[in-house]
Design a protein around this ligand. Structure first.
Ligand code: GDP
Ligand code: MG
Length: 746
């Protein structure tokens, strides 16, 4: 609504649009939405509290606009001498154009950013009875200004019933109403009387006295709220008086005096210590800090609009509430502004992190910590600088809100970083150990697993802590990683345990292969000895058949010793990489079971029918073709070929039942395999048992007995073997017989 009316002004950004200042409120009592634009064009917005507001009051056509233009170099419209019509409508505002603190070369005490408000005068012909606007504009000026210039003709001084007194009564009433609600701050305003067409016949001192007496009388007539009955006019106002000569009749003096007065207005703060009595100072600057309404410049336009809105709608003007509302509005705005900078610094990291998580490739982000620290402090500092000028309670609340916003996001980033450091750390640790083991294996397998793990663990912890430490943001409660470090250490330990289990498996299969090769040799030797009929540990002179004697005992012994040796190797190596007793126990138990499997497979290999038949035949031939001294027999027809044949055959045949069952000579029973293997360790897991072949008599639930496990040849195999062996032996016998006869015929 108001926008439409002021749009033409708002469309231009240039100073030219504002040559007469800006119309804050127009004749229809509408507030100009471009006020803040004007203030920023005039470079006032960033001034904080370093600005001043001066308003002028007085009857219409008493030269107010003319006065302001002279004092401050403004270009408010003034009535043309020819038309005599009201020119100033509503309320105008302009920045001081004369040299002040802003200008170069001027003294450092000069006031910066003086804003002047030209208020439409009353009691003129045009508006006449319209007291409403007078009251509203007085209220507005008082709520915002530090100094009210009261413009008055000299000849009106002492005319107690005059129009000016009506205006001042309004100012006093409005003042009481305005600052009643705000008891915490002591507001003072300066009423600066400029006495126009001052001739000088009556000294200024006397005029001043008359005016003060009239004002006190006026103060006495207004009804005061409870508790303030005894208050005096001096509790709220300071007074200052100045006489100006007639502009038309004494133009030079007028110019000189306005120049002098303008300088005083621009001179900045006065030193109250130099004033003998408050209200009676007359030299130096005029501003006092307590006149200032404490509205930061960047919030002024919004505040003024809110105040005007309340005034226009005849609401009770409650300045503390207005200031709180302004604080909320501006703190929100400032919060949004600083968050833009925060977003610029942080969003890219958030996106990167989210993307990495989405791809399942968490990565530690470089430079994150520095960015977080600088973004946080910049954002909070920026907010503090701008927003701390506003209502303390609101500011504190909004500051907490901002910190919450900032920290929620930084905390998420921090935890994302820790999570990435955790995940990548675990992965790198696992890879590093695996690679080091591989390298160690290539170099001959003589590596120290425990040392590899310890070294890589140190590296992994250092990396994690480095990533975490560099992402810390001081001054926050959430910025610590103790708990996450604990979790990380725990998972590293778990991964080490699993890597060690893998290493144990590798060690176990190495040892198993060793057992396999050793047993292959030694058991093979024992079986080969069968073929000679004399090998092994037996003593020929006792007449016992050495090969057969204690055959299985030797196998068992060589087996037990080999495995014992292997167990020693396994234990040595496993303890070198910090395997626990339980882990070693399980490893040994598995090794014994697997070794038994290896032995059993080796025996079965030797027992393949062809192999065995060959051995029996060699055994037989050895006994049949050689005498006791090992000399080959030359058969003669007179020899007892049949007897020798029968003895040798029967002797070899005894091998078949012997070989059929694995039993020890000492006990004529199978070795107690179950005792030798031992109980399943309680710490063995399902995974540990998964790849193990069942063993009869050891695994009770298998249904096969130890006897069955120890049966090497079944009955039918034995019979078949006996038949085939006999046939082979018969062949040898027939051949011998033939050779004997043949030898004779030769
Ligand atoms: P405003 O309505 O109070 O803003 O008054 P203006 O500044 O528009 O001036 C009204 C008229 O008074 C103009 O014609 C001025 O020339 C005239 N005027 C300005 N200054 C003086 C002065 O010091 N003495 C007299 N008598 N007239 C003045
Ligand atoms: Mg005017």
């Amino acid at each position: 609504m108001a926008n439409g009316h002021f749009a033409a002004v708002g469309d231009h950004n240039d100073m030219a649009s504002y040559e007469h200042g800006v119309q804050v409120v127009d004749e229809n009592k509408e507030f100009n939405p471009n006020l803040s634009k004007y203030l920023s064009i005039e470079d006032v917005t960033t001034a904080g509290f370093n600005y001043h507001l001066i308003s002028v009051f007085g009857s219409q056509s008493t030269g107010k606009s003319t006065l302001l233009n002279h004092l401050f170099g403004t270009e408010f419209s003034v009535m043309s001498e020819l038309e005599r019509r009201q020119t100033t409508k509503g309320i105008w505002l302009s920045k001081n154009k004369n040299a002040g603190g802003d200008a170069t070369g001027s003294g450092s005490r000069m006031a910066d950013n003086i804003l002047v408000m030209d208020v439409e005068g009353t009691d003129g012909r045009e508006r006449g009875e319209d007291q409403d606007f007078e009251r509203k504009s007085a209220l507005f000026a008082l709520a915002t200004s530090e100094v009210l210039i009261v413009n008055i003709w000299e000849h009106q001084v002492g005319l107690y019933q005059g129009a000016n007194m009506g205006l001042l009564k309004t100012v006093f009433e409005v003042n009481l109403q305005l600052f009643l609600k705000d008891k915490h701050t002591t507001h003072r305003s300066l009423l600066f009387f400029v006495i126009r067409d001052f001739i000088g016949n009556t000294p200024l001192k006397n005029l001043q006295k008359t005016l003060l007496e009239d004002l006190s009388r006026l103060w006495g007539t207004i009804s005061k709220p409870a508790g303030l009955e005894n208050s005096t006019i001096h509790d709220y106002f300071d007074f200052q008086f100045y006489g100006l000569p007639h502009k038309g009749y004494q133009p030079e003096q007028f110019a000189a005096e306005t120049k002098k007065l303008g300088l005083r207005f621009r001179e900045g703060h006065r030193d109250p210590k130099k004033d003998a009595l408050r209200g009676e100072f007359s030299e130096g600057g005029i501003f006092l800090p307590e006149y200032h309404r404490r509205i930061p410049a960047d919030g002024y336009a919004h505040y003024a609009e809110g105040i005007w809105d309340q005034i226009v709608n005849n609401k009770d003007l409650d300045l503390p509430t207005q200031q709180e509302l302004l604080a909320q509005f501006r703190c929100d705005e400032i919060l949004r502004e600083v968050m833009i900078g925060f977003d610029e610094a942080i969003t890219a990291f958030e996106d990167k992190q989210a993307e990495a998580v989405r791809l399942g490739a968490p990565a530690v982000l470089g430079g994150l910590g520095a960015a977080m620290r600088s973004a946080r402090s910049k954002t909070l500092k920026g907010f503090e600088t701008e927003a701390s000028r506003y209502h303390k309670g609101v500011y504190q609340r909004k500051k907490a809100e901002l910190e919450g916003k900032v920290d929620t996001r930084l905390k998420a980033l921090f935890h994302g970083q820790l999570s990435a450091a955790h995940k990548s750390g675990i992965r790198e640790f696992s890879e590093a150990v695996t690679n080091a083991v591989k390298t160690g294996q290539k170099k001959g397998g003589n590596y120290d697993f425990a040392e590899i793990v310890n070294q890589e663990m140190d590296v992994a912890l250092e990396k994690f802590e480095e990533a975490a430490r560099s992402t810390l943001v001081e001054g926050t409660s959430w910025s610590n990683y103790k708990q996450q470090l604990g979790l990380y250490e725990k998972e590293l330990a778990e991964v080490s345990t699993s890597l060690r289990r893998d290493e144990m498996r590798r060690l176990a299969s190495r040892v198993e292969r060793w057992v396999q090769s050793r047993l292959g040799d030694s058991v093979g030797l024992e079986f080969n000895a069968l073929g000679s009929g004399r090998a092994g540990g037996g003593a020929p002179e006792t007449g016992e058949k050495p090969t057969e004697k204690a055959f299985w005992d030797r196998i068992w012994n060589v087996f037990v010793e080999t495995v014992l040796d292997a167990e020693r190797r396994f234990t040595d190596r496993a303890s070198s990489f910090d395997a626990s007793l339980e882990e070693v126990d399980v490893g040994l138990w598995r090794l014994r079971r697997k070794s038994w499997g290896v032995l059993r497979a080796k025996i079965d290999e030797e027992m393949i029918e062809g192999n065995l038949l060959l051995k029996l035949r060699e055994n037989f031939e050895d006994k049949f073709r050689y005498d006791e001294a090992g000399v080959p027999r030359i058969w003669r027809p007179t020899d007892d070929i049949e007897g020798v044949y029968t003895r040798a055959r029967e002797s070899t045949l005894t091998l078949i039942p012997l070989l059929s069952r694995f039993r020890l000579d000492e006990t004529s029973a199978p070795p107690s395999l179950d005792r030798w293997i031992g109980h399943t360790p309680s710490s063995a897991t399902a995974a540990d048992e998964e790849d193990l072949a069942p063993i009869g008599g050891v695994d009770e639930d298998e249904g096969t007995s130890l006897e069955e496990e120890m049966t090497i040849l079944g009955d039918s195999k034995r019979q078949e073997l006996t038949v085939r062996f006999k046939k082979a032996a018969d062949g040898v016998y027939v051949e011998a017989k033939r050779s004997a006869i043949g030898g004779m015929t030769q």
